[in-house]
Each structure stands twice: as structure tokens, then as C-alpha cells.
Design a protein around this ligand. Structure first.
Ligand code: ADP
Ligand code: ZN
Length: 678
């Protein structure tokens, strides 16, 4: 069957299927009941969109994400496919257009929110429309155990039975229980053809760091990626707010998101993130399902996630477009204590609790790994892999030492004090620090007192953190987090097993710079292509990636096609998009494009601020290297100049508050001349 392949190129502009897509497309196109488990970013949508085009009749797509549906409909329309959505967010005109296309028999894909299935007329509507395939996105929403449960998903099984058409279900959630529930509820227990695609996301860089002034660590990570869209996950709502404020005052566009916010405010953040280039959202895990942005360039965890599955899902939101993306996960002993307590104090039955401890252990094992993180991560999902060369440990293997004796000493301190104390007190005993508490309990008389003077306090903290990470000790929820030894520690205590520990690395002052998406030589062209894309996206009020994903622009910047034919060979440039945008992007590549004003400048256009802005730009260009022309170059961002042009301060104090000391020194007097004249 070569039809899907031909459409892959002509409609979607892709030369090749992503791994796993082709088999799924073939099964779905052939009308078989299908369950495909593919990682986020694996390209699930294509696996039902392409069959929908190959098959007669309408494919109805059920998805819980209204914003996503609307974007997909737009993206499909851009590619020349007739698609529509019936959601609560529709305007009357949109709904009418959908019905008109249905009546005309031209509609190929009909997106529908699950709530719609509850209304009486829906089945009749779909029957009349000639639905020949049901595609279910985020199929794990039928699972009553998952936190994404959507009761209306339970109606899908009945709909399939009533229409008597094949069903294709898609999800990124792989665990057995969820899979079994999907089969039971969507396919009435009759096993569909199942595809389980690999979990590797090779474009995502993996890194962990022990917490050491965690706020500074996050700020530095964000600063090195300024202008790129990112998510910072935090353990608490309060922290999302304070960290977002800190990022904003450091000059990043940033906002917070958590479940305690009004639904409207939450939707506002989701929409802004979807549309805007370079926004940072600082969020709790509540920020997840509603986002489907392919060009998220980084994800940071300010606190440790709750399990290895949660970690995988959260970092997996980065780099869905396949272009390089980076992640950083911070963790410390407090995180481990917090996560353990959370499990112990939860309401789940005992088996579930012990499974949850296991999932947390797997994540901690990854955090304390001694070699390639990807090998450890994929190993957990049952996949073998070679060292990846794209994680912090591949780049810089950790220094390790035989920690058996240190661990024995620590365990001995724990046992001799009746497993009743936390790490702080135990470390005081080990290093021989006779605090009041130590003396009051007579712990300065223990044989363990002072036996750990070969290591300093910080090193011991590292030992305890790693002991918790290897699950050798656990905080006891009933005794305020006092550490208890686990069975796993016994062989080490008895000297029957060794343990390698990582040496503390002092976090380097010089942070690793973000990896550039393209070489230095291509960077200006990529920036110009992005500017053109932004202008087009703003004019059409769609997210930038609906025009072209980052990956396509990167390829354009590198390949520099100089004809429409060459342009058509760039991945992501289908026939329709070539027709619509080919020429305009060619102009940019050939360097013929008129300069596109910065959006901050465009907002001022027509107003009095516009002229002031332009004069400020001229003035700043003249003074870029100071009055003498010999100083270090300095400039103000377009957004900052726009703010000055708008506020038009005429007093030095007010201007300095806007510009900051350094820029006020360089530009203040000349800017004031411009502003006072205006
Ligand atoms: P998910 O599996 O997370 O739903 P999507 O369907 O949103 O993933 O696809 C993720 C990104 O991959 C999109 O930007 C899509 O255009 C791109 N993509 C999908 N299939 C291919 C392909 N065969 N070649 C190149 N890019 C693709
Ligand atoms: Zn690696």
C-alpha cells in the first residue's frame, strides 16, 4: 500500500514515518481495532489523521483537550484537509461550517469533546454523517484509577458497538493496569491489535543535580535558555508563585499555574503558553494534560517528581517536535522524605503503597545513577540501550568511591540510637559534634561518636541522601521522619556487599551553556525565519508551530533551499504549505525580506510612541559603544525600548528605574533629550 506514504509527503510534508508510525497507520487504515501506546511526541495524531484520509467516510476523533482539537483542526486546514471540531468552545459560525461540510460529504475528520457523547442526538448525528472510524486520543482517560479520568470516556465503548465501526485508541501511558482497563472499556474486552512503541526520546537531554541553593540553580538554568519556552515544575503551589515572580523580575516572561487558580486564569495561562514563543510557566503537576505544544525547549524540576513514571511524562513534554530539548531535575534529602511521607500517609491500600515506594525508588536510582541516565531510564521500561551521549553522566562521568564503610558507620549510628533520629542529628554524632541534643541524650558516649571525622558535614549529607536514594534507609512516618534501616541495607552492614557512592560535586560556578539549536553561522538566518513565522502566526492568530515547527525552520536554516523545489524537500513542508508559505520563506533565505519590525514595535505602530521608539533605536545604535565608540557594546531589548517609549519619563530618576543603572549611565542623557522633545 503506497497511498499513506504518498499522502505523508504531499499533505504533511514528511519524507519518512517516525519509528512505529507506519505499522499503526497500516492497521488503522485496514480497519482493525487498534491500541497504540506511543511516547509523547512520537507522532500519534498522524496515526489516525493519515488513515482518515485514506478511508472513505468520516473519522471521528475523541479527545479531552479542546485547545488541542482546535489547533489540530487549524493545522489540518493549513495542510488542505477538511476537518472540524464540535466543542463547547465553538462559535456558531464554526459549528455551522462543520455541519455544512458534513452535509456536503467533504468532511474527513470530526473532532469531538467527550462531553458531547452524553447528548442524545450525537449517535444519530454520527450515523448520519457516515462515520467509518473512531479514533480515541488520550485513551488512558477511561482509567478510573488515573488522575486524568473522564467519566464520559466510558460512553465510547457503547458508541463503538452502536456504530459497528473499528476503533483506534492512542495513549502514552504504558502500565499494564491502564492497558487492561482500556481493552475492557473501549473494546469490550476483545484484544485489539496492540503496538507498544519504544520509549526513547533521544533528543531530550537528561540531567539531575542535588539541590544546592535550588532557586539559584533554576534561575541559572533559565537564564542560559533565555527566550526559549520552558516549564518549571514545583512541589507546592506557593513555590510556583514565588519562583515565577523571581523569574519575571529577572526579565523572563513567566507566569505560574496550579490547581488552586480560577479555571479562567488557568485557561488563560494555557492559551498564552500555546501561542507565545518563549514563555516560562512555573507550575505544579496540574499543568500537564491541557498542554500540547511541540516546541517546548526545556523542562526543569525545582523539586523531585513523585515517581519515575511522573518524571518521564513531565520531561516528555519537552521537544515533541524532535528538535533538541533540555531537562534538569533537582533533588535533595528533603524531597525524598517528603515523597515517602506522602505515600505513607496517603489513603491507598498497602500493596499500592509498596508499589509507589518502588516507583519512587526507581526515580531515586536514576537520580543517583553512576552511568548513563538513559540506560537506567529505558531499563526501567524494559528496554535495553547503549550509553546515549546526551545526558549529564555521559558527558561527565561522576567520581565514585567505595562507600561501604561510610554506610556501615551511618547504619551503626542509626541502630545505636534506636532508629529514632533524622540525618542532622546522626551526622552530628558521626562527626563528633557534641551539641546540646547530643549531650542530653548521652550520644557523645556512643562508640560511634566521632567515627566519621574523615568526612565533613556536607559529604555526610551526600551519604545520607544516597542511602535514602538506594532505599537503604527510610524516614519513618510515625516518628517524624526518623530514619529506619531497610532490609536492603543488611548485606552492607554485615560486610557481605559493597556499595559505590558518588562524590559530592560542587556545582560549578560556570553553568553549562544551552546547546544551540544550530551552528553560529546559521543562527542569524534561523532568527530571521522565526521572525517571519511569528509575523505570519500573529496575523492569522495561530500558534507559531501551526505555520512550521522549529524543526522545519532549523532544517531550512541549515539546508538554505534557494528554489521552491528545494524548499519542498525540507521535512514538514507539504504541498499546501509550500504553496502558501514557500515563497515568503524563500525571500528570507535569499536575504530579500524587508526587515520585520519587532512585535514590541508593531504594537506601538500608528501611535505617538512609534516615532519615539524609532528615535530611541537610532540613539541607542549611535551609543552602542559609548560616546567614545570604544566601550563594551551595550543595548536595550526591543521590549524595554517600547516600555520607555510608552511611559515617556522625562526625569532621570524615572528613566533609571526603567533602564537600570548600567544602561542609564550609557543612554540616559541622550534618551532624555529624545523624550523631552516628544
Ligand atoms: P503525540 O504522539 O505526542 O500526540 P504529535 O502527534 O503531536 O505527538 O506529533 C509530535 C510532532 O511530531 C508534531 O509536531 C508532528 O508534526 C511531528 N511528526 C509526526 N509525524 C512525523 C513524521 N513522520 N516526520 C516528522 N515529524 C513528524
Ligand atoms: Zn547518557
Amino acid at each position: 500500500m503506497d497511498e499513506p506514504r504518498a499522502l505523508l509527503a504531499s499533505v504533511f510534508g514528511f519524507d519518512e514515518f517516525r519509528p512505529g508510525q507506519e505499522e499503526v497507520v497500516a492497521a488503522v487504515t485496514a480497519g482493525r481495532n487498534t491500541l497504540a501506546i506511543m511516547p509523547t511526541g512520537g507522532g500519534k495524531s498522524l496515526c489516525y489523521q493519515l488513515p482518515a484520509l485514506c478511508r472513505a467516510g468520516v473519522t471521528v476523533v475523541i479527545s479531552p483537550l479542546i485547545a488541542l482539537m482546535r489547533d489540530q483542526v487549524r493545522a489540518l486546514s493549513e495542510a488542505g484537509v477538511v476537518a472540524g471540531a464540535l466543542t463547547s468552545g465553538n462559535t456558531e459560525a464554526e459549528t455551522e461550517a462543520v455541519f455544512a461540510a458534513l452535509d456536503a460529504g467533504t468532511l474527513k475528520l470530526l473532532y469531538m469533546a467527550p462531553e458531547r457523547l452524553a447528548s442524545a442526538g450525537t449517535e444519530r448525528l454520527l450515523r448520519r454523517a457516515g462515520v467509518s472510524l473512531i479514533a480515541v486520543d488520550e485513551a488512558h482517560c477511561v482509567s478510573q484509577w488515573g488522575h486524568d479520568f473522564r467519566p464520559d470516556y466510558l460512553r465510547i465503548g457503547a458508541l463503538r458497538a452502536a456504530l459497528g465501526v473499528p476503533l483506534a485508541a492512542f495513549t502514552a501511558t504504558a502500565d499494564e493496569e491502564t492497558r487492561a482497563e482500556i481493552v475492557a472499556r473501549l473494546f469490550a474486552g476483545e484484544a485489539p491489535v496492540t503496538f507498544l512503541r519504544g520509549f526513547d526520546r533521544p533528543n531530550i537531554h537528561l540531567a539531575f543535580e542535588p539541590k544546592n541553593k535550588p532557586r539559584d540553580q533554576i534561575m541559572a538554568f533559565a537564564a542560559a535558555r533565555k527566550g526559549q519556552s520552558g516549564i518549571v515544575y514545583c512541589g507546592t503551589r506557593a513555590k510556583t508563585e514565588s519562583l515565577a515572580a523571581a523569574l519575571a523580575s529577572a526579565g523572563h516572561p513567566a507566569c505560574h499555574y496550579h490547581a488552586g487558580m480560577e479555571p479562567e486564569a488557568r485557561r488563560g495561562v494555557e492559551e498564552r503558553f500555546q501561542r507565545e514563543d518563549g514563555l516560562i510557566v512555573v507550575a505544579t503537576v496540574a499543568f500537564g494534560m491541557g498542554i500540547d505544544k511541540p516546541d517546548i525547549r526545556w523542562v526543569a524540576h525545582a523539586d523531585l517528581p513523585k515517581s519515575i513514571e511522573a518524571y518521564y511524562q513531565e520531561i516528555g513534554r519537552a521537544g515533541r517536535d524532535g528538535a533538541p530539548a533540555e531537562t534538569l531535575t533537582l533533588y535533595g534529602a528533603d524531597d525524598i522524605r517528603y515523597r515517602r511521607t506522602q505515600i505513607d500517609e496517603g489513603l491507598a491500600p498497602p500493596e499500592r503503597k509498596s508499589a509507589d515506594h518502588g516507583r519512587l525508588n526507581a526515580l531515586l536510582g536514576l537520580a543517583e545513577a553512576l552511568a548513563c541516565r538513559r540506560v537506567a531510564l529505558l531499563g526501567y521500561f524494559g528496554e535495553a540501550a547503549e550509553p546515549c551521549g546526551n545526558c549529564d553522566l555521559c558527558a561527565r562521568p561522576p567520581e565514585t568511591y567505595d562507600g561501604s564503610v561510610a554506610v556501615q558507620k551511618a547504619l551503626s549510628a542509626i541502630l545505636r540510637t534506636g532508629e529514632s533520629f533524622g540525618a542532622g542529628h546522626l551526622i552530628d554524632i558521626l562527626v563528633g559534634n557534641a551539641t546540646d541534643k547530643v549531650r542530653a541524650r548521652g550520644h557523645d558516649q556512643l562508640p560511634t561518636f566521632g567515627v566519621g571525622q574523615d568526612l565533613d558535614k556536607r559529604a555526610w549529607q551526600g551519604v545520607f541522601r544516597q542511602m535514602m536514594g538506594h532505599d537503604l534507609v527510610r524516614p519513618d512516618p510515625e516518628r517524624h521522619g526518623a530514619l529506619r534501616m531497610t532490609e536492603a541495607a543488611r548485606p552492607i552492614l554485615r560486610g557481605e556487599a559493597d556499595i559505590q557512592l558518588r562524590r559530592n560535586v560542587i556545582t560549578r560556578a560556570a553553568r553549562p551553556a544551552a546547546k544551540a539549536l544550530v551552528s553560529e553561522e546559521d543562527a542569524p538566518l534561523l532568527a530571521a525565519l522565526k521572525a517571519r513565522r511569528r509575523a505570519l502566526a500573529e496575523a492569522q492568530r495561530v500558534p507559531a508551530y501551526v505555520i512550521f515547527p522549529d524543526r522545519t525552520l532549523i532544517e531550512m536554516a541549515e539546508a538554505r533551499p534557494d528554489t521552491l523545489d528545494a524548499m519542498a524537500r525540507v521535512s514538514g513542508v507539504g504541498a499546501k504549505k509550500l504553496e502558501r508559505y514557500g515563497a515568503t520563506f524563500l525571500e528570507v533565505i535569499r536575504g530579500e525580506a524587508p526587515e520585520i519590525p519587532h512585535p514590541a514595535r508593531r504594537k506601538l505602530a500608528g501611535g505617538a510612541g512609534a516615532e519615539v521608539y524609532d528615535r530611541l533605536v537610532e540613539t541607542q545604535a549611535r551609543l552602542e559603544r559609548g560616546e567614545t565608540g570604544l566601550e563594551k557594546p551595550l543595548s536595550c531589548s526591543a521590549a524595554l525600548l517600547a516600555r520607555v517609549a510608552e511611559a515617556r519619563p522625562t526625569e532621570p530618576g524615572a528613566l533609571t528605574r526603567l533602564l537600570g543603572e548600567r544602561r542609564a549611565d550609557r543612554f540616559g542623557p541622550a534618551f532624555l533629550d529624545v523624550l523631552r522633545e516628544a
